[in-house]
Design a protein around this ligand. Structure first.
Ligand SMILES: C[S@@+](CC[C@H](N)C(=O)[O-])C[C@H]1O[C@@H](n2cnc3c(N)ncnc32)[C@H](O)[C@@H]1O
Length: 173
């Protein structure tokens, strides 16, 4: 969304004569120009911008997704679960718990829609604490009823309706 950053990236690509590499300014939510894509990569896309990219990756049929999320605020505003109150009463813990729950849910949704998804550290914690990578590749494997039920039970337990679930509701019902 930052014009100066995109201009700098375009200049670097030009300097390196990477003629097929193009950078575009814009909100990912308005970007619907592609129909098929091989691989989607995101690095620290803010909050639900990561989900916007993930949902597009799924709809485009990307074979590979590499996504490092950032500042996951969405569930922090939603989560309510009295068995977890001992944790959730502390803002700091609630924030970290919400971030971990968000990424777990993202990976699980990808599993439910035909990907094999893992969460892993992509770089040492000393470089950035935001070092969880969602790595997923498309297998086309259908999820079982038990997997769907497990997902529903988890989101019900947290009282959460994740952004990515709404984005992909056609494929999750
Ligand atoms: C934390 S920065 C990371 C930038 C870069 N990937 C890096 O690691 O240096 C987050 C970037 O996401 C961009 N961003 C946030 N929401 C976006 C959206 N809805 N559409 C496109 N870009 C978005 C911001 O403009 C910002 O440049």
């Amino acid at each position: 969304m930052k014009k100066e950053v995109i201009e700098e990236c375009a200049q670097i690509a030009a300097d390196l004569q990477y003629d097929n590499l193009e950078f575009l300014v814009g909100d990912i939510n308005d970007y619907n120009d592609e129909s098929t894509v091989d691989m989607v990569v995101t690095l620290h896309a803010c909050d639900v911008a990561t989900d916007m990219a993930l949902s597009r990756a799924v709809k485009w049929g990307a074979s590979v997704i590499l996504s490092v999320p950032c500042c996951q605020h969405e569930l922090n505003n939603q989560i309510q679960s009295s068995p977890l109150d001992i944790m959730l009463q502390h803002g700091l813990i609630k924030e970290r718990f919400s971030a971990l729950a968000t990424d777990s849910i993202r990976a699980e949704i990808l599993n439910l829609v035909g990907y094999d998804a893992q969460l892993m550290e992509f770089i040492d914690m000393s470089h950035t604490p935001k070092n969880i990578l969602i790595r997923a590749y498309f297998t086309g494997k259908k999820a079982s009823d038990e997997q769907f039920a497990r997902y529903k039970a988890f989101t019900r337990f947290l009282n959460a309706t994740p952004f990515l679930e709404n984005e992909l509701k056609d494929r999750l019902s």
